[in-house]
Design a protein around this ligand. Structure first.
Ligand SMILES: *Cc1c(COP(=O)(O)O)cnc(C)c1O
Length: 428
């Protein structure tokens, strides 16, 4: 095997989100360093999407690697029901301060962080003896691939085989906006009136991705809209769940998107960048007010939920080290928008580019394409292939092309990404 590039997929692996029958085989990665992925038998690639939006500080970061190695020699895992440990306590204290939500519940990934938030919200009403059943979510939402997370996400190609198993959810339009958008106010107005109508039914919780919907097409809303949503949710007495699995940890140009939009959610789901993208971990932050309804001598009040690897010490150590790196230089994420801006401005006049948009570390636009827009539009794979030939790894969502690089990407590497996109657009 050695360093020969692979031409077939491995007979014992089943890769995610991949149709083996029509996709090129997975490429074997030998190592990663900073923004670069080193392949076997091929030149390195710039990881322009942070390996599915997780890699925050770059690959194989020495500070994260050392923190994990040190923790592995001290305590690798312990049952978290009876025991606690310093890395978990430290992480909980820090995330409480950063989010303004006092209680941290651990799980293993973004989907479970969302599941936990939904279960807490439902049981909160149950424990107070005022059961409320309705959940409200937004069109285009993506909250993960487990059943509860799928139920609140947009029903689409991915959820179709399971739709009969998914609980019903009330839907509100998502008034996405972009540079030069002239109709946003009308669409916001419409979304708010749909929300008001939905809230006439007693509602347990409203779940949203603050400022930026990720997998649904990198679509952004204005902070002002979210403030209006929050106001109505409060009036109806429902809980507000912010799914910040993608937007957390600087991705939207502030520590959290809800902070940038000045929202005060009751529950926040976090994962992806939590451990700097090194280890799988999810957390759900909850307010003391929410937590309070679960305390008492009656066993029925208990939140009967937990995962084998709850508060894995290696994950906690990585998360603490990642927070150290972010705290040492917040300008890395606070200033990232300014690094994208001139490049995206230059791209915006290209005849193949529409709806350019930018927030924090994420820049996106829609391709002007024939055929139906959506995840299966063939223009995306074409752009991906051409960019890869120019040393840049992209993974467009249908006709939506975006960059979400790790914070460590150099100016020269970022320029390479935009050059590769321009070349791809010229060849379309
Ligand atoms: C990725 C993502 C999830 C799911 O996280 P997994 O770790 O892939 O389960 C949930 N919500 C949002 C907003 C995401 O981007």
């Amino acid at each position: 095997m050695g360093s020969q590039p692979k031409t077939e997929s491995h007979p014992n692996l089943w890769p995610p989100f991949t149709q083996i029958g029509s996709s090129p085989p997975q490429q074997r990665i030998r190592s990663g360093k900073g923004a670069l992925l080193h392949r076997e038998g091929a030149p390195p690639l710039i990881d322009a999407i942070s390996s599915w939006w997780v890699t925050l500080h770059g690959h194989s970061h020495p500070v994260l690697a050392d923190a994990i190695a040190k923790q592995a020699r001290t305590l690798e895992q312990v049952i978290f029901a009876d025991f606690c440990h310093q890395p978990a306590e430290r992480l909980a204290e820090r995330l409480s301060k950063l989010t303004g939500l006092e209680r941290l519940f651990f799980s293993d990934n973004g989907s479970t962080a969302v599941e936990v938030a939904l279960k807490i919200a439902c049981q909160w009403w149950h424990n107070r003896d005022e059961p409320r059943h309705q959940i409200i979510a937004f069109d285009g939402a993506y909250h993960g691939d487990t059943f509860g997370a799928m139920a609140v996400g947009e029903r689409n190609l991915f959820s179709a085989p399971y739709n009969d198993k998914l609980f019903p959810v009330a839907r509100v339009p998502w008034p996405a906006t972009w540079w030069g958008d002239a109709t946003v106010e009308d669409r916001e107005h419409n979304a708010l009136s749909v929300l008001e109508r939905c809230l006439e039914t007693p509602t347990a919780a409203v779940i949203l991705e603050p400022l930026l919907q990720g997998a649904g097409g990198m679509s952004m809303v204005r902070p002002h809209f979210l403030k209006q949503v929050e106001h109505r949710v409060r009036q109806a007495g429902a809980l507000l769940i912010a799914d910040e699995v993608l937007t957390g940890f600087g991705r939207c140009g502030d520590w959290f998107a809800s902070r940038r939009a000045e929202l005060k959610p009751d529950l926040i789901a976090l994962s992806k960048g939590l451990t700097g993208g090194c280890l799988p971990m999810g957390v759900t932050m909850a307010s003391e007010r929410v937590f309070g309804a679960f305390i008492g001598v009656d066993p029925q009040l208990t939140f009967w939920h937990g995962h084998s690897f709850t508060a894995n010490p290696l994950g906690c150590a990585a998360a603490n080290a990642s927070l150290d790196l972010l705290e040492a230089d917040p300008s890395q994420f606070l200033g990232f928008e300014q690094r994208h801006r001139p490049h995206l401005q230059a791209l915006a006049s290209h005849p193949r580019v529409q709806r350019p948009r930018l927030i924090g570390t994420l820049a996106a636009f829609d391709l002007v394409v024939g055929g139906t827009a959506g995840y299966l539009n063939p223009a995306g794979p074409t752009v991906k292939r051409i960019a890869m030939n120019h040393g840049v790894f992209l993974r467009p969502l249908g006709q939506v092309v975006y960059l979400l690089p790790p914070l460590c990407i150099s100016d020269a590497q970022l320029e390479c990404c935009y050059d590769a996109i321009t070349k791809a657009l010229d060849q379309l």
